[in-house]
Design a protein around this ligand. Structure first.
Ligand code: SAH
Length: 288
């Protein structure tokens, strides 16, 4: 036989049920009730983007906090490196941070073995495929002009031997580099890994378009001479960012230019000095 509930009993049960629901609703989150793992804060905070929320979205790998990074140390040929640094200083470059890095990166590891004896001369050297590793003074000066900080994100166009990329990692672990000649891209990536510059993100491709994806850089360094500044690279320069690029005709004297993108997005450029770089070329090539 069905049991008939008195109205007072029904009301009391309803009030009790509402009280239980209210208690779970208010106190639940404190004790882990209701909240799923995905929505809870906690450890996920460690993976917050390192850039302000207003910055454009970037590839997931780029939003991680700066990796804990200390560059490898080298002792071989230190006296030759120190002599090279004295030469660079004699040209008037006296930024201690940059000079210390030039004294630390083993340039002889980045040139063909038969040229290792000339690695610390202040001149460019051939690295194969008609390309050259830049003169140490130019590497130092271009690096200085970028004003890198420990959390800067920097893009290099023209990996070549990987030497400039290695220099950049001594300032920031967020180094990206693109090389258009496939065998050079591959050997530089392998060399950087072997020497311990494991944080460098290196790829083969046409650097005209910048790094693939929706990402911006605080600094861009182009190590091949372009007739004009590639517009996609201007796009990838973050507000407040700096780009150093040789601009001018191939196989002629070009101008080293510093381009600054101000906080409001306007551009400012300065012609700095005459230089001679290998040409900036277009289109992916598998060999040369
Ligand atoms: N920074 C290098 C020197 C690079 S020489 C070093 O430290 O050794 C310039 C390099 O730019 C060459 O290797 C050349 O192949 C590359 N290059 C020229 N045009 C390019 C382009 N559109 N995209 C990417 N790399 C390019």
């Amino acid at each position: 036989m069905a049991r008939v509930w008195k109205p007072e009993t029904c009301l009391a049960l309803l009030v009790a049920a509402l009280a239980v629901i209210a208690a779970v609703w208010i106190l639940g989150p404190r004790f882990g009730l209701l909240a799923s793992d995905e929505s809870s804060p906690g450890p996920a905070d460690e993976w917050a983007p390192t850039r302000p929320a207003s910055a454009p979205a970037s590839a997931p790998a780029d939003t991680r906090p700066a990796e804990k990074w200390s560059p490898p140390k080298f002792t071989a040929r230190q006296r030759e490196r120190d002599a090279m640094v004295r030469t660079i200083r004699s040209y008037g470059l006296d930024d201690k941070g940059v000079l210390d890095v030039m004294a630390a990166v083993p340039r002889h590891e980045f040139v063909p073995g038969r040229l290792a004896g000339s690695a610390y001369d202040d001149g460019p050297l051939p690295i194969g495929y008609g390309q050259t590793i830049s003169q140490p003074y130019i590497v130092a000066e271009m690096t200085r002009l970028l004003n890198l900080k420990s959390d800067s994100r920097v893009l290099e166009i023209g990996t070549g031997s990987g030497y400039q990329a290695a220099v950049l990692t001594h300032f920031t672990p967020n180094v990206y580099t693109i090389e258009i000649i496939k065998p050079l891209a591959e050997s530089a990536a392998e060399r950087l890994k072997r020497l311990g510059y494991t944080v460098v993100k290196a790829r083969h491709g046409d650097g005209y378009y910048g790094w693939p994806g929706d990402v911006q850089f605080d600094a861009i360094i182009v190590t091949a001479a372009a007739g004009q500044i590639p517009p996609p690279l201007i796009e990838q320069l973050a507000p407040g960012g700096r780009m150093v690029i040789p601009v001018g005709r191939a196989y002629a004297t070009q101008s080293l230019m510093l381009i600054e993108k101000l906080a409001d997005g306007t551009l400012r450029s300065k012609r700095l000095m005459p230089v001679r770089f290998v040409p900036f070329v277009r289109g992916s090539r598998s060999s040369d």
